[in-house]
Structure formats: structure tokens, C-alpha cells
Design a protein around this ligand. Structure first.
Ligand SMILES: Nc1ncnc2c1ncn2[C@@H]1O[C@H](COP(=O)(O)OP(=O)(O)OP(=O)(O)O)[C@@H](O)[C@H]1O
Length: 233
């Protein structure tokens, strides 16, 4: 579904990615791990077309999307839950969910408001409340629901549980697990290694803008010393 290879990206003159590679197959849950500032968000922004890479290949469903606009990447079926709970603050819960909703790929089991409310009952109790007045956890659920309403082939979650109370985190992890059960392909960035090991099929570690390790959860355990050196957890 997604194949990134030799990815290089810079902010102005400051190059941050030097050689990132990762692959996500249909229905797979894959993580991108690494310490703060190693290039995970920059990789996501490069995939989404929010940054223009200097070099490398980003193949999504067999087509090169490197250099494509964010709109075009979204239209092809990549949904992003960005860092930092980016709701549309002046819109209500319902308006947030429908604002970018689409079923461009014509899925027969498309996401609907009802299905999102079923997944996140807290949102169903607040449909006419403005997003700015939601708690942090509710805002994050809203952003996740909004991404699902675009019916993405690939869902990318960048630190979706950061800064949330444990009970809300568990709720969000439960939803991600349910999505995995439905065959949703997901790229996860998070610091909660024990949950990621249980949930994900494979993992990639980035260190100073390069993919330096990849493997499944069993390999992550086997190489735990090396892995902990890289991700510092
Ligand atoms: N807009 C920017 N301009 C210049 N440098 C940037 C910019 N955004 C990020 N960087 C730098 O790029 C590097 C990689 O940052 P990035 O946000 O991709 O890291 P990350 O692995 O996602 O870390 P975190 O877990 O802290 O979000 C860091 O050194 C960061 O300071």
C-alpha cells in the first residue's frame, strides 16, 4: 500500500531526513519509532505532501506521490490524525465530522456519523457543542472520527494519545484495535511501546533521519537492548 524509500527532506537548508524507508501492506499496522526530533513527524509530513522531499520515492498504491499536494494525497486515500488535536475550533462536533467527509473510493461500508458516534459515544452526547469547548481527549476522538469520515485506505496517527489521561488513552487504543480488526491499514507514531508491541505487525526505528532498524514485535523483544538504545525507553 505504501512504500517509502530513500526519503530525504529538509527545512530550508537544514536537512532532517537522509534515508527513511518503510513499507505498509494492506491491512497492516506499522509503527514509526524513535526519540524526539529524529524525524518521525517530518516523515509523515513528507508522505502527506505538507513538505516537499529533496529525494526518494513515496509510492502509494503503486503510484509515486512524492511532491503531490496534500489535497491530492488525501484524495488518493491517506487520512492523517496530526500531532496536537487539530480540531476546527469554531465548528460543532457534527460540523467537524462532516467538514472533510468523503467516500471517494466508493466504499460500500463507508463511515457514517452514526458509526463514528458508536465508536466514540462521548461525541454522540456532544454533537452540537463547539469543538473548542471539548476536553483534550474528546478533541482527539473528534480528530480521529474526522479522519475516518474521509474513508482513508491508510490512516496515519501522529502521537494520537500524547498528553491524554490513561482512561482516555485506553479508549483510543481500544478503537485503534477495533479498526485493525476491520482490516484498516494504519501507521502509528506513539511512545507507548508495550501497547504498540501488542497492536502492531511491524516496527521501524528512525535515528537522525535514517531508518536504522525494522522488524516485528518478537524481533523488537529479541533486540531489546539495541532498540532501547535507539528509542531511549
Ligand atoms: N519547521 C521546522 N523548521 C526547522 N526544523 C524543524 C522544523 N520542524 C522540525 N524541525 C527539526 O527537524 C528534526 C526532526 O523533527 P520531527 O518533528 O520530525 O521529529 P520527531 O521524530 O517527530 O520528534 P517528536 O517526537 O519530538 O515529535 C528536529 O531536529 C526538529 O528540530
Amino acid at each position: 500500500m505504501l512504500k517509502v524509500s530513500g526519503l530525504q527532506t529538509a527545512y530550508g537548508r537544514s536537512q532532517v531526513l537522509f534515508d527513511v524507508e518503510l513499507t505498509i501492506g494492506e491491512g497492516e499496522v506499522v509503527t514509526l519509532l524513535g526519540r524526539n526530533g529524529m524525524g518521525k513527524t517530518t516523515t509523515v509530513k513528507s508522505i502527506m505532501g505538507l513538505l516537499k522531499p529533496l529525494a526518494g520515492e513515496i509510492l502509494f498504491c503503486g503510484q509515486n506521490v512524492r511532491g503531490a499536494t496534500p489535497e491530492s494525497v488525501a484524495r488518493r486515500g491517506v487520512g492523517l490524525v496530526p500531532e496536537g488535536r487539530q480540531v476546527f475550533p469554531t465548528l460543532t462536533v457534527r460540523e467537524n465530522l462532516v467538514a472533510t467527509a468523503a467516500n471517494r473510493l466508493g466504499r460500500s461500508d463507508a463511515w457514517t456519523l452514526e458509526r463514528v458516534y458508536e465508536l466514540f459515544p462521548r461525541l454522540s452526547e456532544r454533537v452540537d457543542q463547539s469543538a473548542a469547548t471539548l476536553s483534550g481527549g474528546e478533541q482527539q476522538m473528534l480528530v480521529l472520527g474526522r479522519a475516518l469520515m474521509t474513508n482513508p485506505k491508510l490512516l496515519i496517527l501522529d502521537e494520537a494519545t500524547e498528553g491524554l489521561a490513561p482512561v482516555i488513552r485506553r479508549e483510543i487504543w481500544g478503537c485503534i484495535e477495533a479498526l485493525k480488526g476491520e482490516g484498516q491499514s494504519i501507521l502509528l507514531i506513539d511512545k507507548n511501546l508495550s501497547v504498540l508491541k501488542r497492536l502492531a505487525d511491524r516496527h521501524y526505528i528512525v535515528e537522525k533521519g535514517r531508518t536504522v532498524w525494522s522488524g516485528d514485535s518478537a524481533a523488537l523483544d529479541r533486540d531489546s537492548e539495541l532498540v532501547h538504545g535507539y528509542i531511549g525507553l
